[in-house]
Design a protein around this ligand. Sequence first.
Ligand code: USQ
Length: 383
Amino acid sequence: MRVLILGGDGYLGWPTAMDMAAAGHEVLVADNYLRRRIAEATDSEPLLATPSLSERARIFRAVSGHNISVRIVDLSDADAMFDLVRGFMPDSVIHYAEQPSAPYSMRGFNEARETFRNNLDVTFNCIWAVKEIVPECHIVKLGTMGEYGTPNIDIEEGWLEVEHKGRKDTFLYPRAAGSLYHTTKVLDTDLLWFYVRTYGLRVTDLMQGPVYGISTPEADLDPRLCPNFHYDDMFGTVINRFLVQAVAGVPLTVYGKGGQVRGYLNLRDTLQCVRLAAENPAKPGELRIFNQLTEVFSVNEIADRVKAVGDRMDLDVKIESIPNPRKEKEEHYYNPTHTGLTDLGLKPHLMTDDVLAVMLERIIENRYNIQTDRIMPRVRWNG
Ligand code: USQ
């Protein structure tokens, strides 16, 4: 397939590009380095320096023989998106090109507006470019489990059958996101659903939980191919952050009571899920929604697991509840269905003690890069 990856410089976009190229697909990645610019401006750079996209593509070709083409382009510009799609004529577009940080989106008006504009404009331009130029092309869109929030009923896979006054119909599952970033993904889903049902586009919307991990088969070929491993309060996801905190000797930052439950997955499984979705496309006129997670943990359970493995490696890990900078339930029901990707063939890599230990070892090798002033939350939801 000809696979166009929007947001190919990101934590997930770059390893996806390598995975797709290694699987024999023709890959073009596009990115405008928005996340790099925000990370620099907010002093939130990743643990390991990542070369530019062109440089990473050059290194990847040298070590693997696989080609990844690169365009540095702002996809919120409609002309740029149309030119990109017309020039490549993709069979599949994988859309990661969004400002992905919930805390950044809650920092203030400018950051909220930047997140809102970028995320909605890129999705809108992507939909229109596909509709006008390659209407058969399958869009694989990265959504988030955060779209659903934490409802007091089971979370179904995208849709809910409702019986009301003796009649039945099926609707998008109710959404109630907890940050402006997560809300942009809710709006993306609504936009996609409108264009799917009106123009017969083919779309898979992946409701992904927080991802952890640093290693993939291709990233392990050369340290410079490593994904952007963030541990800061802006871009770092909670498991990656706790592992770095364990190495840095900073007490694990449990926000509030720590009963917040989410569905997690290993970076390797993100690659599997996205490839399974792309290689088994949705039908014309279908908005297919999968819940993309493999395991469910509370923040307290993650902290306990990291402490247990860290202590066995003589790290003397401490856990500390700190005031929650976010507005979210700290104790709640959480039971998401996630069978769609398993049915397509997903073989989960679970968060075993060995997986955590290998990640800790990698972080220990790079412990002198850790900047502890990036760890404590710098953004509060209530301003
Ligand atoms: N948390 C802590 N301590 C920390 C960091 C986080 O207790 O030091 C808690 C948060 O309050 C939250 C949970 O851990 O309850 C998960 O937080 P997170 O920062 O790992 O994840 P989140 O901000 O929700 O966002 C991340 C990605 C985002 C993706 C999302 C999937 O940054 O791009 O969409 O995970 S989900 O959370 O399922 O919506």
